[in-house]
Design a protein around this ligand. Structure first.
Ligand code: SF4
Ligand code: SF4
Length: 102
């Protein structure tokens, strides 16, 4: 039996997503490339859970223009616009070194 806790991850809700590709662009811009295009006939955007570093990174949430189109997989929480608990400077930019506390 698998006793590993489920990884906290995000997914795109295609009932809300406009397929504008902004998440693809910004994720690529920060060199994480976690948004991929499904090779199926609709070419939908999907988030690759193995590459995505959420909750360490939340960049796509800041740029997505379609409310509720990105959700947390475990909690089902809508992350667009980002709720206060994910809106912290240190988590926002994954390339920034953690603060030292002084
Ligand atoms: S930025 Fe939001 S609306 Fe645009 S493709 Fe990504 S999830 Fe969909
Ligand atoms: S949270 Fe960061 S790594 Fe994950 S899909 Fe969004 S921009 Fe890419």
């Amino acid at each position: 039996m698998n006793t590993q806790p489920e990884k906290i991850a995000i997914r795109i809700d295609h009932d809300k997503c406009t397929e504008c590709r902004m998440c693809y662009v910004v994720c690529r811009e920060i060199n994480l490339n976690a948004v991929v295009i499904d090779p199926g006939p609709k070419h939908l955007h999907e988030i690759d859970m193995d590459r995505c570093t959420y909750p360490g990174c939340t960049v796509c949430l800041m740029y997505c223009p379609a409310p509720a189109s990105i959700v947390e997989t475990v909690s089902g929480l809508s992350l667009v616009p980002p709720p206060a608990r994910v809106w912290t400077e240190d988590k926002r930019w994954p390339r920034r070194a953690p603060r030292t506390g002084n």
